[in-house]
Design a protein around this ligand. Structure first.
Ligand code: ATP
Length: 443
């Protein structure tokens, strides 16, 4: 189409026309605000808003930080979700370093527009804040004003997508935020400060073991991972059959075979916190109850050396029946997604009550180092899958009982396989000699 140059408005003309319309609208609005009597003002502006929103194709959803005293879950989920959406084109971001966390957190700053695309629909997010004044009464007539800031998100999109946003996009954000939090979660190890607060305190579980680094029977490892997967997926099942959503594992084997490491690997896999309970330090069953009730959901409670830490005589100390009654009873009914692990070096010394079918869901034997276990350790510590000395080491492992902790200790002495592996063979030879002298080994 052709326009005569004289009739086509220039960019500057359009801009100046827009500016004068906007200025006039603002001017008229201000005059209206000042001239309209208070009694009709609210109704007038409400109507004005209705007219302007009926002309607009956009819908804006306001998501406040909290609703009364309750936290607004979708606000916090959006905060987490949008932090992942910050792109290189975002002009302002906020950086946080929570005391106990390792890394920095990048979060959305106020007044920044962020765009998201969901099922082909464009959605615009802006974080805003506002303040409210609260009257703080000192007496009937005197009061002070407390100014309180609160944040909210404005989510804007085309009106026709309203249903989709409410029924699909917001639930998607809740789900995604949960996933992100799980991924970023720093695992915590909780222990009781028995000589101070007498309650749980926590430290970060830095570099916890993982199933990949565990030197253990591959079949046991696979069975355990499968069991954990089934457990975490079974919320509905436990609800339907009316059973507490908890699982119990008994880990047994000689010292240094990786029982504690396995607990850390389970926690790492599930992203559960660990609560380490030392029954020897607990004075009575009611203390035990208080501590168990203080553990969070999605956690693993470990009670190590169960054979030595329980007072079988009912002398006021923690008793096995006290422990089991509580674990199976009240505690079960008021907590969700908990794992309880008992460890022992001597399964034969455990009270048979604990071994009764249905009590501990899985009994896992942690054995001396096998050749498969050795290969895992060699891969972890020396980054090798094969070496010419492997066959000789296999022969020693068949003859001498060595724990994974002992083998790992030797491999850690040098990063060079040509030094570390002969060192391990010397260690086997020494151990075999000592055991032969003591009469416990016949070669
Ligand atoms: N099966 C294993 N796989 C990998 N590393 C292991 C294994 N067992 C032991 N280790 C190494 O040895 C160290 C000590 O092992 P760990 O404390 O887990 O053994 P434990 O069986 O719990 O011993 P204890 O019965 O004395 O508490 C671990 O930090 C880990 O480095």
């Amino acid at each position: 189409m052709w326009f005569p140059t004289r009739t086509m408005p220039s960019y500057e003309d359009i801009l100046s026309a827009y500016n004068s319309i906007a200025a006039s609208a603002y001017f008229l609005r201000t005059i209206a605000y000042n001239c309209i009597p208070e009694t009709v003002k609210d109704g007038f502006f409400l109507r004005l808003q209705k007219i302007s929103s009926s002309l607009s194709s956009q819908l804006t959803v306001v998501i406040e930080e909290s609703h009364g005293l309750t936290v607004n879950e979708i606000f916090h989920a959006a905060d987490v979700y949008l932090a992942e959406k910050l792109s290189s084109s975002t002009l302002r971001v906020k950086v946080n370093k929570p005391g106990k966390e390792r890394g920095f957190q990048m979060i959305t700053d106020k007044n920044q527009e962020l765009f998201d695309l969901f099922r082909g629909v464009k959605l615009k997010w802006v974080l805003l804040s506002s303040s409210r004044n609260h009257r703080l009464y000192q007496s009937d007539t005197e009061y002070g004003i407390l100014k309180q800031e609160f944040c909210y998100f404005e989510l804007s999109f085309h009106k026709k997508n309203r249903e989709m946003v409410i029924s699909s996009y917001l639930p998607y954000i809740l789900e995604k935020a949960k996933e992100i939090k799980e991924r970023k979660k720093t695992l915590k190890l909780h222990t009781v400060d028995y000589y101070g607060s007498d309650f749980w305190g926590s430290v970060n579980l830095d570099r916890p073991a993982s199933f990949e680094t565990m030197a253990m029977d591959p079949m046991i490892k696979t069975a355990l991972i499968g069991d954990l997967d089934r457990f975490t997926r079974s919320r509905e099942f436990y609800r339907r059959v009316g059973r507490a959503w908890k699982r119990g594992y008994l880990l047994y084997g000689p010292p240094g075979t990786g029982k504690s490491s396995l607990v850390a690997a389970m926690a790492n896999y599930l992203k559960f916190d660990v609560y380490d309970l030392d029954l020897k330090e607990i004075q009575c069953n009611s203390d035990l109850r208080r501590l168990l009730l203080g553990t969070g959901n999605r956690s693993i409670i470990v009670i190590e050396d169960i054979d030595t830490s329980l007072d079988s005589a009912e002398g006021g100390k923690v008793t096995l029946s006290g422990l089991l009654n509580f674990v199976d009873g009240l505690w079960s009914s008021c907590s969700d997604e908990k794992i309880i692990v008992f460890t022992t070096n001597h399964k034969d010394r455990i009270d048979p009550v604990l071994l009764r079918p249905g009590r501990m869901d899985m009994h896992l034997h942690m054995s001396y180092c096998t050749f498969d276990g050795f290969k895992t350790l060699a891969s972890n510590y020396l980054r090798i899958q094969y070496h010419q000395l492997f066959d000789e080491i296999k022969g020693w492992l068949d003859k001498v009982q060595a724990t994974p902790a002992e083998v790992a200790g030797e491999l850690m002495k040098c990063e060079d396989p040509d030094v570390a592996l002969p060192g391990l063979i010397r260690w086997f030879r020494d151990k075999a000699n000592t055991e032969m002298q003591q009469g416990s080994l016949n070669i």
